[in-house]
Design a protein. Structure first.
Length: 318
């Protein structure tokens, strides 16, 4: 009977999570044992913790857990590659029939994994974990996230509303994702590009039980901009339209100057002239900055450097 069951791998990226990791292991371990006991997944299903270059005792805790429990395994990257690449490492460097990606901070409801399995058994290839509400967020984070999703939609990026990186995928979906060669990763927008039949599972997001968030304001804003610049060329088009608009304004201003000169003679008002020059200079610098961001992404892509480098693996049979 076990040969008919699917092997599940729960991928949990970890960066300096020593404070919350013991509790995470207890919760996620109990859930997986329950799924194995109820014969919903294969007995060889595992939890894979991906240590993303942590500077605390995260990797030591993972290694210790793999010795005590055979359901735990770990991958340690050679340095900090970032959250998205740690997720990719957990999926690409392992073998399973089903993959779940979920953060190690216990804010996403692990019990939703059982509902995801039901969706997969109904024929879905990708199941998105979607937040029911944002009651645990601060006022700023709540409305900034809402603005981000609306902006992404306005820019033509297909993204699942209120979905982060909590999802379940079949081996087929993961193998298809491997065909996307980009180095600038934004998985929330990449997964809808994979296609295949998909569905959503809704859950309530909880407050972090221990430790600190690894996404402060500046890092969160950088991640948002990375997503926009990786999946939309609208900012570049706005630069072009802005250029045409400024040329039009300049032509109107020139006509106004000629008219004033013909009627009243020499025009005084250096302050207004300097203000206009300053505004246009600022627009030009912003435009060059946007173009530079896209050129920098091209620079990274053409190098084809590895997405991640594995330093050590523990808890795997091979």
């Amino acid at each position: 009977m076990s040969d008919d069951l699917k092997k599940l791998l729960i991928v949990m990226p970890c960066y300096n999570e020593e404070e919350v990791l013991p509790q995470t292991m207890k919760v996620i371990g109990s859930l997986l044992k329950k799924l194995i006991k109820s014969k919903k997944v294969h007995p060889e299903s595992k939890v894979c913790f991906v240590n993303d270059g942590s500077s605390d005792k995260t990797w030591a805790l993972i290694k210790k857990a793999t010795v005590k429990e055979k359901i735990f395994s770990g991958i340690s990257l050679s340095r900090n590659f970032g959250h998205q690449k740690a997720i990719i490492a957990g999926m690409y460097d392992t073998d399973a029939d089903l993959y779940v990606t979920i953060d190690a901070d216990l804010q996403d409801d692990c019990s939703a994994i059982e509902k995801m399995l039901d969706k997969i058994n109904d024929g879905c290839e990708i199941v998105y974990g979607v937040r029911d509400s944002r009651d645990t967020d601060t006022w700023f984070k709540k409305y900034s996230a809402l603005a981000f999703y609306k902006l992404m939609k306005l820019l033509g990026v297909n993204i699942v509303y209120n979905h982060a990186d909590f999802r379940m995928m079949t081996r087929r979906a993961v193998n298809t994702l491997k065909q996307f060669p980009e180095r600038n990763l934004f998985l929330r927008a990449m997964m809808p590009l994979v296609g295949f039949k998909s569905d959503k599972v809704y859950y309530d997001r909880k407050a972090r039980p221990a430790g600190e968030t690894k996404y402060p304001l500046m890092k969160m804003m950088g991640f948002a901009w990375s997503g926009i610049s990786s999946f939309s060329i609208v900012p570049l088009r706005l630069v072009t339209f802005m250029g045409f608009f400024i040329c039009f304004l300049s032509l109107c201003f020139l006509c106004f100057i000629v008219y004033r000169w013909s009627v009243r003679g020499t025009i005084v008002g250096w302050a207004s002239l300097v203000t206009i020059i300053t505004i246009f200079s600022g627009v030009q610098l912003v435009s060059l900055g946007i173009i530079g961001e896209y050129l920098a992404k091209i620079f990274v892509e053409v190098k084809q450097r590895p997405l991640y480098i594995v330093d050590e693996k523990v808890g795997f049979n091979d």
